[in-house]
Design a protein around this ligand. Structure first.
Ligand SMILES: Cc1ncc(COP(=O)(O)O)c(C=O)c1O
Length: 395
């Protein structure tokens, strides 16, 4: 059976060669230090698992969540979290939608608004979902390059009027995958002004909102007065509480946009398992006891990796957020895929080529601080030693 055009249009997996080399090296019993996938390697905290266990034994959680938006206690817990964490008022009745992870909400907000030929302003490099879903709706992704000289923020003034006039949505993602960049509240203020002037809906992907370091707390776009008029923000339990497999998060924002998302969801899924929503409430209630330790763990790894790479000739700043290091490709290599392949073959170090995140990502590699196996700092040290001895003249 022939696949639908929309699936055929998705570019083939570009790193087949890297996957093949990895499989071959593993078969030969060689160690691979895998900085590839961004998926927390620490387990979900016990208090969340226990809460799910209890909630799952209550048969009232076994049915459809008929609220459509999420159970009342879940939305209240999120509204309380908004007040405690960001000092903002979010109405649990109308301004919150539960979702099956941020990814689901990011995809479906595009289905809510994009018709063929509509433009969606998309950062580049970026998490691929924004572009793929836009294309599936027949829309046209318009890239906003994230460049080091602009601190990996989009240059709003540089977007051509012709694209802005046809655009309905503008995506941003801070703290940012893959660059590790963060956005200030002032940037969000400028973005809200831009969206109001140009009648755009801002979709801010806050999946990494809590993975931050050195005491830095990432702002929510909802802290900007009037943001609800032009913005929706997606949050997730995945990275904050090591819950990527649980598939739970929320969107908050103007009720018009929450309603639109809800309308799509009610025709696609039937909400998040109510027992998982209850576990989410317990996760948020234990935020203060869990989050500092999660941040501390990644911060140690970040410090070790950045220090190690800098000792080899890079001059990287320590990112303030996410568990990614976005490092330039040394000039002796002409592509990120070529450098990634050489790192794997010669050093047993697996990284993601920046070109996986769009053409602006060429010239960079992404290294994730999430590592499978024991002794993470030991793995980082072995990776640095291996690069030092196998690629002595990198820079
Ligand atoms: C930028 C970004 N947004 C969203 C997600 C998806 O998060 P969730 O697990 O909540 O769907 C990811 C996952 O890697 C991500 O990197």
């Amino acid at each position: 059976m022939e696949l639908a055009q929309r699936l055929q249009r998705i570019p083939p997996y570009p790193f087949r060669e890297i996957a093949r080399i990895k499989a071959q090296m593993l078969a030969e019993g060689r160690e691979i230090i895998d900085f590839g996938i961004g998926d927390p390697d620490m387990p979900t905290p016990d208090f969340v698992i226990e809460a799910l266990h209890q909630a799952a034994q209550d048969p009232t959680t076994h049915q459809y969540d008929e609220s459509g938006y999420g159970i009342a206690e879940y939305k209240q817990a999120i509204s309380d979290f908004a007040a405690a964490r960001y000092g903002i008022q979010i109405d649990p009745d109308g301004e919150i939608q539960s979702c099956i992870g941020a990814k689901e909400a990011l995809a479906h907000i595009i289905w809510a608004y994009i018709d063929p030929a509509d433009v969606v302003l998309i950062p580049e490099p970026a998490y691929p979902v924004f572009g793929v879903q836009t294309t599936w709706c027949g829309g046209a992704p318009f890239p906003m390059p994230l460049l080091p000289e602009n601190d990996f923020l989009p240059d709003l003034a540089a977007i051509p009027d012709s694209a802005v006039h046809r655009a309905k949505l503008i995506f941003v993602n801070y703290p940012n995958n893959p660059t590790g960049a963060v956005a200030s509240l002032e940037f969000f203020e400028e973005l809200v002004k831009f969206a109001k002037k140009n009648e755009l809906l801002i979709v801010q992907d806050a999946a990494y909102a809590e993975v931050t370091f050195d005491g830095y707390e990432a702002p929510s776009i909802m802290q900007v007065p009037g943001a609800k008029d032009v913005a929706i923000e997606m949050h997730s339990f995945s990275k904050t509480f090591n819950m990527t497999g649980w598939r739970v998060g929320w969107a908050w924002g103007g009720s018009e946009y929450i309603d639109a998302l809800s309308k799509v969801k009610s025709n696609v899924d039937s909400g998040t398992f109510m027992a998982i929503q209850r576990a989410g409430i317990v996760a948020l209630a234990n935020f203060d006891s869990h989050v500092p330790q999660m941040r501390g763990e990644y911060q140690q790894r970040r410090d070790a990796l950045v220090k190690g790479l800098n000792s080899l000739g890079w001059s990287l700043e320590k990112p303030k957020g996410t568990f990614y290091i976005w490092a330039p490709v040394p000039p002796s290599f002409d592509s990120s895929a070529g450098f990634a392949q050489a790192l794997l073959e010669q050093c047993g170090v697996l990284v993601t080529p920046g070109s996986a995140y769009g053409s602006t990502g060429e010239g960079f590699i992404r290294m994730s601080l999430t590592l499978t196996g024991e002794d993470k700092l030991g793995q980082i040290a072995r990776a640095i030693d291996s690069i030092a001895s196998n690629m002595p003249a990198l820079w």
